[in-house]
Design a protein around this ligand. Structure first.
Ligand SMILES: [Zn+2]
Length: 109
């Protein structure tokens, strides 16, 4: 009788670990019908002026999640990048103004 080597067992465990690390809990399934195909559906909730994206089962339309259309997190990241750019520009302008002031002071003095 063949015996599975410890090395083989370790290799299988490693691959299972890798599969879990890459795919997490596996592909999401619809809680109602069990299907695994989904689509995004933009909608405006009553009483709101912010559109949302529902992740819905392609088969039975049951939502499994809702996303922010505007992606507020991405907007904040973009704003942070833009603010950092503006801060660098202001610093350059400040340096330029200080240089001009220094040159003018030396001319007049
Ligand atoms: Zn479904």
């Amino acid at each position: 009788m063949d015996r599975i080597s410890d090395r083989t067992i370790r290799a299988v465990r490693y691959l299972e670990h890798r599969r879990f690390a890459v795919f997490g809990f596996g592909q999401p399934k619809c809680g109602k019908c069990g299907k695994t195909k989904f689509k995004l559906n933009e909608f405006l909730p009553d009483g709101s002026n912010i559109n949302l994206l529902a992740v819905q089962c392609l088969s039975c339309k049951t939502p499994i999640g809702v996303l922010d259309v505007r992606n507020v997190g991405r907007m904040l990241e973009n704003h942070q990048t833009r603010i950092a750019q503006l801060e660098r520009m202001l610093s350059d302008i400040k340096t330029g103004v200080q240089y001009i002031s220094h040159v003018l002071d030396n001319r007049n003095g």
